[in-house]
Design a protein around this ligand. Structure first.
Ligand code: HEC
Length: 144
């Protein structure tokens, strides 16, 4: 019974977020990126020694990044070129390049997810992940 309720709630949540993404893709993609940033900041604190290593936080970050990578490309319909967005025109003029950047992010997250389960592994993985963030922002996000 509990499982069925939880499943129903999860299905409703998925349905709602899909509708929101269709109605307001700019808000949806910015919300995903905001979460990317929050997880990145949390893991940076671990790397700087400001917070103790916490495998659950690491896994939560990688899970969020994987989720973002899976959803991101679909959130740039032609109708979302303008508005409250820093998405660069290059996303639409070089769609293949943008999709390749998303795919590389997805692959680097998947390849490093298990390796990051120790502090040394996280230290090795974070620069690889972080380069995806900065490379894509440089090519496909307008300066603020
Ligand atoms: C494949 C491209 C790509 C990758 C990879 C990527 N980003 Fe982004 N990011 C964008 C784009 C495009 C925007 C602008 C979205 C908009 O304004 O519509 C953005 C916006 C943001 C924002 C601002 C969100 C807001 O509230 O407006 C943050 C924070 C951010 N990204 C963090 C990250 C972090 C951290 C990573 C790596 C873990 C990352 N991004 C990886 C393309 C990317």
């Amino acid at each position: 019974m509990l499982i069925r309720i939880a499943l129903a709630a999860a299905l409703v949540a998925v349905g709602v977020s899909a509708v929101v993404a269709q109605q307001d893709p700019i808000a949806a993609r910015k919300a995903l990126m905001k979460l990317n940033g929050q997880h990145g900041a949390a893991l940076s604190k671990i790397l700087k020694g400001e917070e103790p290593f916490d495998a659950a936080k690491v896994e939560a970050g990688f899970a969020q990044w994987a989720d973002t990578a899976a959803k991101f490309s679909a959130l740039f319909p032609d109708s979302s070129k303008t508005g409250e967005t820093r998405a660069a025109a290059a996303i639409w003029t070089d769609r293949a390049g943008f999709d390749a950047a998303v795919a590389k992010f997805a692959k680097d997250v998947a390849d490093n997810r298990a390796k990051a389960a120790t502090l040394d592994g996280l230290k090795a993985a974070m620069p690889i992940i972080g380069k995806n963030c900065s490379d894509c922002h440089q090519a496909f996000r307008n300066p603020s």
